[in-house]
Each structure stands twice: as C-alpha cells, then as structure tokens.
Design a protein around this ligand. Sequence first.
Ligand SMILES: Cc1cc2nc3c(=O)[nH]c(=O)nc-3n(C[C@H](O)[C@H](O)[C@H](O)COP(=O)(O)OP(=O)(O)OC[C@H]3O[C@@H](n4cnc5c(N)ncnc54)[C@H](O)[C@@H]3O)c2cc1C
Length: 426
Amino acid sequence: MRLAHHWRVPVVPQGGNTGMSGGATPDGSGRQLVLSTRRLNRIRRIDTANDTAEVEAGVVLQALQEAAQVAQRLFPLSLAAEGSCTLGGNLATNAGGTAVLRYGNARDLTLGLEVVTPSGEVWSGMRGLRKDNTGYDLKQLYIGSEGTLGIITAAALKLFPLPKARRTALMALSGLVAAVALLEHARGELGAGLTAFEVISARCVPLLARHFPALRWPFAQTAPVTVLLELSDYENDAHARNVLDRVLEHALEAGLAVDGVVGESVAHSRALWALRESLSEAQALEGVHVKHDIALPTSAIPAFVAAAEDSVERFAPGARPAWFGHLGDGNLHFNVLAPMASDPDRFVARQSELNRLVHDQVAAFGGSISAEHGLGQLRRDENVRYKHPLELRMMQAVKEALDPLELLNPGKLLPARESQEALHIP
Ligand SMILES: Cc1cc2nc3c(=O)[nH]c(=O)nc-3n(C[C@H](O)[C@H](O)[C@H](O)COP(=O)(O)OP(=O)(O)OC[C@H]3O[C@@H](n4cnc5c(N)ncnc54)[C@H](O)[C@@H]3O)c2cc1C
C-alpha cells in the first residue's frame, strides 16, 4: 500500500470475490491494482473466556465457523457463499445473512479491527472490548465501507455459546400478512431462540422443481408464501421440538398456516434449508432476471410487495417477481424474472427503468435500496437519488479525510470525484 501510495496507483481490495455489487471488480482503465487478501488466512486466537476470535481478513467464513465449533462456540454469521467469502469481505460489506434476526449483522459482531490506511500505515484497533467509550467508534467507519477507506487486515469478532439443539420448520402460509403475523407471534413465543425467519414466494417453487429436481418440496400444494423458521434452544432437543410444535399448532389454528413440517433430524433440517439456499442459483439457471436487495420496516412489507408487483406487471406484463429473503430482518430479494418466452435482451435493456420503479416504491415505504449487498458500482449512482444530500456530503467528507488521494477503490460506493458534478452531488 505504501508503494501504491508513492506511485499513486489506485487499489481494489478483494477477498472471496462473491460480492453482488461489483465492489471488488476494477474499472476498465487497466490502471487499478487488485489486492487479494486470501493469503492473510490465519485464525490468530480464540479466547473462550472473552468469547472472541481474532482472525485475519482472508479467512474464509466457513473456516471460522468450524474453528469456533471446535472450541464449543458459535460464530453466527451465515450466508450461502460462506464456503468462499472472506471475513474481510464480510466486514467491508457489512454482510447480513440468515441469523441477523438474533445476532445482528457483521457490524454487530465486530469488536475490533486492524486496518492498513491508504498511505500504508497500520491502525491496530484489535481491542476485544464490549465497552469502550473513548471517542469516535472508528471501526464502524470501515465496516460497510466496501474497501473505499482502508484495507481491513484482521478483526476481533464476538463468539456465542453453542445452542444445545436446533430445530427447523417449514410452513405454508396464506400470504405475507400471515407471515408478518406469524413472525410477531414466533418472536413472542421463542424470544432469542428465534434465529432465522426466511420467506419464499410461490413463484420460486417451480424454479426449484425445474433446476433442482432432487430437492423435495414437502407440500402437495404451493401456498402463496412459505416460511422457514429456525429455533436455537439452550435446554435440549425435546424442549426445542415442543416449543416449535406449539408455534406450528398456533399458526394452523389461527388460520395463518395451511400446512407445516418440522425437521425430524439434522439431515432433514439441512434438506429444508437447501430449499431456501438454492433459490439464488435456481434463478440464475432460469435465465435473465433483475435483482433488488431491499430493506423495509417489516410491517410495511405486505403493502410494498402488493404495490411493487402491481407496478411491475404494468411495466412488463408477464414479468415474474420471484422474491425471497430474510423477512425477520425486513430484507427481501425482490428479483424479477423476464416474462416467459420473451426476448431477454429487451428485458435487460429496460432494467434501469425497472430498478427506478421498484426503488421508488421502496423509498415511498421508507426503505433502503441496499439491505446487505452494498452499493459497489451497481447501486452507486442510484443511491444519489435516494440519500439525503447532507448524508452524501458527510460521506464524501469522511472519504476525503481518510483517503485524500482517492486511492482506495475509487468510484465504488460514492461516485469518483470527477463525476460528482454530473451526478448533481451538492
Ligand atoms: C450465493 C450467494 C449468496 C449470498 N448471500 C448473501 C447473504 O445472505 N447476505 C449477504 O450479506 N451477502 C450475501 N452474498 C454476497 C457476498 O457473499 C457478501 O457480500 C460477502 O460478504 C463478500 O465477501 P467476499 O470476501 O467475497 O468479498 P469480495 O466480493 O471480494 O469484496 C466485496 C467488497 O469488499 C471489499 N473488500 C474485500 N475484502 C476487503 C478487505 N480485507 N478490506 C477492505 N475491503 C475489502 C471489496 O473491495 C468489495 O468492495 C451472497 C453472495 C452469493 C454469491
């Protein structure tokens, strides 16, 4: 980094390269240096008394999950790319995943950071402290900064006790209003034991059947909405089974659910999770689609989906909004597949209009156009439309203070300085 600073070479940090917003991809100039962190792959220390792990940025997420398990601890960050994404990338994008409902996102899991600045100095903030009120919380600036402020080289992360038992249930529901009501009920009944509440829309189900025929959908009928719910229990398996059965019974009696199944074994639970985790790939195999990673207040989701589906249908009749996601966190992947038997190129050519339409609805319902995938280069310019000008100016001031030569990941997250006027950044 010191050399890059000396020669004024822009640097693009890259971890597992699984990011969804083009943040780790250099521009086309041929002048940017891609800096891979993959060889920073040591788990420096697991401190069970402090419930922390000190890891280097290139450690693959799954490797940390496994090391924590060996130490009888849980590192709860979990996402479908965990076999190849890195902790540095997870922190740089403030990754979310399937357990945010209980444990929070990467931001909530981080106690300390080690960072290399654009001029090549090392900031060692690897404090494994849960309390530290000695000024600005600088690590939070770097988390979610998508490599635009510094290179994260290591982190001190929180660990948790391993649950004694886990149970997964899949429930077929009458609609999104029922799903939100069930979430509210499950939160009350299961408290901190509710560790995942995922949603799958009806349009996703035939995609699984077409592209993953070995996966078995457990219900004879496809309900408008299916929910996958996970309980982590700190008593025992029988207790877990009991409380989950009670939630299922309530859902059926209250008319929220029309059917339901509880995983009978670890293998059965995994098979239920596989249905949820195969959706991204099933959509990719289905063909052209336009992705939206949005967050909304959970209570607003049913009305948002109704309004957005309606606008999409008017915009491109026959287009298929096949949404799924982390309903427990108010985060939907509102992906829209091209109409069947349509010209995919024509559909893609209109994707900016489609984004505008969906994101305007998100803004109208008080939401965010990027829940967990970041802005990168994909959502950078759109963000200018939805962020308050004062917020944009504050973000720009942070960038100028920490990276005055604009050497780190220029043109990601914020428009490069020379193009800001064109984008009307005040
Ligand atoms: C199938 C699939 C499922 C996914 N599911 C989820 C999900 O549920 N939740 C979720 O949040 N994301 C999800 N993602 C997106 C992606 O996995 C995450 O964004 C992940 O955190 C990126 O990690 P990475 O190591 O691959 O980072 P990269 O893609 O290499 O980089 C991502 C960004 O971080 C920057 N960066 C990387 N390493 C560093 C570093 N050490 N210091 C500073 N900046 C750095 C890069 O410059 C880039 O801007 C999914 C992706 C796939 C392919």
